[in-house]
Design a protein around this ligand. Structure first.
Ligand SMILES: *Cc1c(COP(=O)(O)O)cnc(C)c1O
Length: 392
């Protein structure tokens, strides 16, 4: 086999801030303000931060450090690798939980790193107890029970088994008992009260542990849902946790995409893949350097909008992998030039607006946002600037 050739050193650096066609601005001050809003709302409950999937695409390290500075001490991620990265950054008086639990064989490394699993089955409880015994310490963990979503957590039968054989817990420290709501974003959905009732009934047999059932949506249900800990994700990042009502959260993200070409076309000319759009009159078009490869959904073809200095302009034709064409016929001559930015998320168009137009939820828009974007952070806490650039 040919050896892999040594890399040729490039003569110059190329910062993303210069090369990228899109800039995602993340306002950590707004993330902190949202944390305070949730704390006010959750009253006596602790507000834990869900920073899974790289803090919903916004940068787990940056978001976690900002939230730490705001007083947050409990963090949830989905997978062990995410917990491993975060655990290195956070001080010892914080807790990092893995929502998806641990695959068999990974318990020892999690324990050694001080990571806490969410135990979702009797097998996972047994495995964690074995590692505890081996380390001769009662290791802390959360236990999740399924109260009606049928996704993760101990089934009712497993809970019965656990209640009957409580010694299964003798070797672990079950510090938190959790469950997850299927319909927290629908305040009137009867499943919310049913899940809470089931949670309270089962939790009564597993005394001692702190309890947690609310996600962001749950924080805005009645106080009965707050328990001891709420697990907030999407609300921290600015999407509306109570759809239908005015958004109580501050907007966190702004996305601007550059114009990479401008052209005039005569009436009758087709636009984009499939020529799904034909100009009905002479038009001026701008092509943006963003596409579905950057997480801007193809379902926005012919439906999405951009804003040019506050003026709404429509997408025309299909969203391509790396580009989108907008109709700027209504924009004055010379106002928009190649290299200029147009707004895709910001004061004129929220995450919730885009999700609605794309036929999806803000979670999907956020977590899909492009790896090619330049990410610009506002309000990095004092003293963290250097550390984080090293990690970025
Ligand atoms: C993702 C997740 C959360 C956070 O949900 P949001 O709706 O983003 O607040 C909380 N708990 C569990 C178990 C989750 O999977």
């Amino acid at each position: 086999m040919q050896p892999f050739p040594a890399p040729v050193p490039f003569p110059i650096q190329l910062p993303r801030a210069i090369s990228a066609d899109c800039v995602l601005t993340i306002d950590l001050g707004a993330v902190r303000a949202n944390y305070r809003t949730l704390r006010d709302r959750a009253q006596n409950a602790e507000v834990a931060a869900v920073v899974k999937a790289d803090a919903y695409g916004l940068g787990a390290a940056h978001c976690a450090m900002a939230l730490l500075d705001e007083g947050c001490r409990t963090f949830f991620v989905a997978q062990l690798a995410e917990a491993h990265e975060l655990r290195r950054l956070l001080p010892a008086d914080t807790a990092v939980y893995v929502l998806n639990g641990l695959r068999p064989g990974t318990e020892a490394v999690a324990a050694a790193c001080g990571i806490r699993p969410v135990l979702n089955s009797l097998e996972q409880i047994t495995a964690w107890a074995l590692i505890s015994t081996a380390r001769n310490e009662r290791l802390p963990a959360a236990i999740q029970i399924d109260t009606g979503m049928s996704r993760l957590g101990l089934s009712p039968r497993e809970v019965d088994h656990l209640i009957a054989e409580r010694e299964l817990l003798d070797w672990i420290e079950p510090v938190l008992l959790i469950s997850h709501l299927a319909c927290a974003d629908e305040a009137d959905h009867p499943a919310n009260a049913e899940q809470l009732a089931r949670f309270d009934r089962l939790a009564a047999f597993l005394p001692g542990e702190r309890r947690s059932i609310a996600n962001s949506g749950g924080v805005f249900l009645s106080p009965a849902f707050h328990n001891n800990v709420v697990r907030a994700g999407i609300a921290l990042y600015g999407a509306n946790p109570c759809p239908g009502a005015p958004n109580p959260m501050q907007s966190v993200v702004r996305l601007d995409a550059r114009v990479i070409q401008i052209r005039d076309i005569p009436a009758g000319t087709g636009i984009g893949y499939g020529l799904t759009y034909t100009a009905t009159s002479d038009m001026r078009l701008a092509t943006l350097g963003i596409g579905y490869a950057d997480g801007w959904p193809r379902s926005l073809s012919g439906r999405g909008h951009a804003y040019v200095n506050g003026t709404r302009v429509p997408f025309v034709g299909r969203v391509s992998m790396d580009s989108i064409v907008i109709d700027i016929s209504a924009i004055g001559d010379g106002v928009l030039r190649c290299g200029d930015f147009v707004e895709l998320l910001g004061p004129n168009q929220t995450l919730d607006d885009v999700a609605r137009d794309a036929g999806t939820i803000p979670y999907e828009i956020l977590t899909s946002m492009g790896r090619r974007f330049h990410r610009d952070y506002l309000d990095i806490p004092a003293g963290q600037q250097l550390d984080l650039t090293r990690l970025a």
